[in-house]
Structure formats: C-alpha cells, structure tokens
Write a protein that binds this ligand. Structure first.
Ligand SMILES: [Zn+2]
Length: 467
C-alpha cells in the first residue's frame, strides 16, 4: 500500500516537472524575454464567468462568450490566504504575487513582521537588463502596483510609497496618478514636481505621442478622480484612454532587444465589486481583457520569447451567477441598461436631491440610467421599497458607506434591485477567501496548470525568465 502510494507520488512529481519545464514549442531552452503580468483586482472565476455569460445573453446565445483570457493555453487556480488572515487584501496578495512570500495584511513588500524588505520580481527583471513597466487603472501608489516597486509597513502610507516611484529605476509608470501628491495634509513637496530623470506626462495626447527617448516616463491619465484613479471603464468619455490603449502604447515604449517586464492591473474591477455593482464590474473586465488582447497580438510576433500570465489577486463581493430571488433563472442582459458606474450615478443624482425634487423625478432618473421601471420591470413591492429608500434619502440624507466612497440610500437600493433582477448574487461588500484563477500562454505555460499557491506564481514566472 505504502509502496504504491510512493509510485503514484513519483508519477505526479514527474508529470509536474515535465509540465513545468516544457514550453509551448517544446523547447525548454527558450526564455521569456517579454513578460506580461496581468492582475485583475478582485477577480476570480465568478467575475470572469459573469462577464462571459453576460456577453452571451446580450447576443442571445447560450452559455459563455469567451474572453481572451479564457482562450489562453494554460489554466490553473491558486490559494491566496495571507500570513495572518484567511481572507486576504490587495497588499498581502500583491506582495505574494510580486515577491513569492506570504506576508501580513496591509503590508507592502515586507515580511509579515515588517522587519525585512522583500524583493519584487520587477527589480529582478530590471537587474536582468529588461525594461520594466508598472500600469494600473487605480492610483500608482495603490496596494497592487505598490507591491511591485515599493516597501512599506502599511499600504495607506501613500506618500512614502509614491516617493519610491522615483527611486525604483523603472522605465514606465502609467495609468493612475498619486492619491496624495502632497501628502495627506497637503503640506509636503508635490510628487508631480519631483526632480528626477523621469518625464512626467499629464496629458493623454502627449503620452500617445511619446517615443522611447522620453523614457523613463510617469504618465498619469489626464482625467483622474480626487483619489488619483482613472475613471471606471463604463464612465469613459471621448478623449479618455482605455487600458487597451495604455497597454498598446506601453508595448511600443518598452519594446527593445533586451526584453521587458510589464505588470498591468485592472484595479477598478475590485472597486466595482466592493460596491456590488455588476454592470460596472463587467465593463471593467472587458476593458482589462481588451488590454490582454494587445499582449496576445504582440506574442503572435514573438511566440517563443513571450509569456503572458493573467490572474486575480483575490475575489471581491462573494459574487455568484444566480440568486435566491430568481432561482434557476438568469437575466444578465438586463445589466446593459445601466449607463454609468455607481460613482457617476451619485454625482448625476445630486442635483435631483438638491433641487428638492419628488419621488417621480427620482424614479425617472433610475428609469433612464438603470432601466428600472422601463425594460427592467418593477412590481408593487419593488416600488414600495424604492419609495421608502427615497424617503430615507430625501428626508435624512441617508447614504450607504462603501470601501471607496458612498452611495445615496435610494440609489444603492436601485442598484441592488437591478443586480437582483438580473440574477446576480452578492454576499459581501468585502473580499472573500475563494481561490482565484490563473491563465497563461507562452514560455513555460505548463507551469501555470493545476493547483498552486499565490507565492508560486512569481517563482514560476522567474523560472520562465531564466532568472
Ligand atoms: Zn478590494
């Protein structure tokens, strides 16, 4: 019995070894010279599947309409618990994904007790002669991007983290800006004015016209929110840059004979999930996936030298496809009637509140922007629920606090109603402990199949890079 177990273990070990040392072309001497590390913040199988099922239902097709990430060659999943908590956060998860070490909640690039700095894979790539780019839709000092270039005791030390952009020696930072460019009290030297060799670009056109002579570059998207993040994909206007455009331009800027390492975060997917806002999450997933499309295009021209890895850091919202209200029914296509994110809805709704408008005006607003009472039918119970929420909002200014901002009670109720009627389930406004998925294609893609730990991911990428 014991002997046969040993044989099984040996066979499994041999299989893992083979899977992890072969490449797509079967030649293990190939190294990943061009590395794309895509991180969807808050993304697990539910976020991916809801997006794919939504697209299928929108196009009146059964099942899923696969995104780019699902079409990659290798798929696996991994555990993401933190050193001191089962349900992780973006700082501990980001540190595991950048350094290969578990750490404590809220810690950036340091050991769990914060006594030692940990080295990110991006510094190792830089030392190997590659160009390094860090891209995110949230502020560049936010936990996930920070884990790739900074060391800080706490993720909310935004200024301390932001300063490390200028000492990193990296070639490109793009997407969001700084959350507190002059510190929390607005009294410190402006990080956007920092004297360094980094070209600081604040205009979208200037970024699109930049060439490699301008490197190193820090590009902060022209239209930023007060928290330094880019707008949600669903709220993009003409002139805003999509993540796809930013990644496309970044490839052009970083491409060189010694290769590059690029970390791209779809950061606002997590924020949409914290607000239990499925329509905004879906648009964020599509924007993130379009950016992956750019990497796939690049890889087609460098098939033996590229590695694309796509994953989430943790799940947010306890999202599920199906809920108690609809039982076996799903109507995900109803989410198409939401015209803007919860964040933009809050702003657009403000004048209605300030002008002492009545319930009818409020209902017109959610008809126009969420389809409620229009293509999304309401029954008497729904109307009563909305009326009560309207009273709480108009009489007492009741707001629901979210992790990122707040929403008027009336709008929050309306948003929940749309999600419920679409057959979307949410169990929390926080993260969950669900394992997350990883997709890969290119050099050593087989290393990303099966079950692993989040700390394994950067180690396997390093292996593919030969560092
Ligand atoms: Zn989060």
């Amino acid at each position: 019995m014991k002997y046969s177990r040993l044989i099984v273990a040996a066979i499994i070990a041999a299989f893992v070894l083979t899977a992890c040392s072969s490449t797509n072309s079967g030649n293990s001497s190939k190294k990943a010279k061009y590395v794309f590390y895509f991180i969807g913040d808050g993304v697990s199988l539910a976020q991916l599947s809801l997006t794919e099922a939504y697209l299928a239902q929108l196009n009146k097709k059964p099942g899923m309409q696969q995104l780019n990430q699902s079409k990659l060659n290798a798929h696996g999943w991994f555990y993401n618990y933190a050193e001191n908590r089962f349900i992780t956060g973006s700082a501990a998860a980001g540190t595991a994904l950048s350094t290969g070490h578990k750490t404590s909640i809220n810690t950036i690039g340091k050991s769990a007790d914060r006594s030692q700095n940990l080295k990110s894979i991006s510094y190792k790539a830089k030392e190997a002669g590659m160009k390094v780019g860090i891209i995110s839709t949230v502020s560049i000092d936010h936990a996930t991007p920070a884990a790739f270039y900074a060391n800080a005791d706490k993720r909310n030390q935004y200024y301390v983290i932001g300063k490390q952009v200028f000492t990193s020696g990296f070639d490109l930072f793009a997407g969001g800006g700084f959350k507190y460019p002059k510190g929390r009290k607005d009294t410190l030297p402006d990080l956007y004015e920092t004297e360094s060799d980094i070209s600081i670009i604040r205009e979208n056109k200037e970024f699109l016209e930049a060439n490699q002579n301008k490197l190193p570059i820090l590009f902060a998207h022209q239209r930023l929110h007060s928290d330094g993040a880019m707008p949600f994909a669903i709220d993009m206007n003409e002139g805003d840059l999509t993540l796809e455009q930013i990644v496309g331009k970044s490839i052009e800027l970083l491409d060189n004979p010694n290769g590059f390492f690029m970390m791209v975060e779809g950061g606002k997917i997590d924020w949409a999930c914290h607000a239990n806002d499925a329509a905004t999450m879906i648009k964020g997933m599509i924007d993130f996936d379009n950016a992956i499309g750019k990497a796939i295009q690049f890889a087609a021209n460098h098939p033996d030298e590229t590695l694309i890895v796509v994953l989430g850091d943790h799940e947010t919202g306890g999202l599920s496809l199906g809920n108690e209200t609809l039982h076996y029914k799903t109507k995900f296509d109803l989410l198409q009637y939401q015209t803007m994110s919860h964040e933009a809805l809050v702003e657009a709704f403000r004048p209605i509140l300030e002008n002492n408008s009545n319930f009818t005006k409020a209902m017109d607003f959610i008809n126009k922007n969420l389809g409620l009472g229009g293509p999304v039918e309401l029954n008497e119970k729904d109307k009563l629920k909305l009326k009560n929420a309207w009273k709480a909002t108009s009489n007492h200014n009741n707001e629901v606090e979210l992790l990122y901002g707040s929403v008027q009670q009336f709008l929050f109720t309306a948003l929940q109603m749309l999600n419920e009627k679409a057959g979307v389930g949410w169990t929390t406004e926080a993260h969950t402990g669900l394992p997350v998925v990883v997709h890969a294609q290119g050099v050593n893609e087989g290393c990303f199949e099966g079950i692993m730990d989040n700390t394994d991911v950067p180690k396997r990428i390093e292996k593919a890079m030969g560092i």
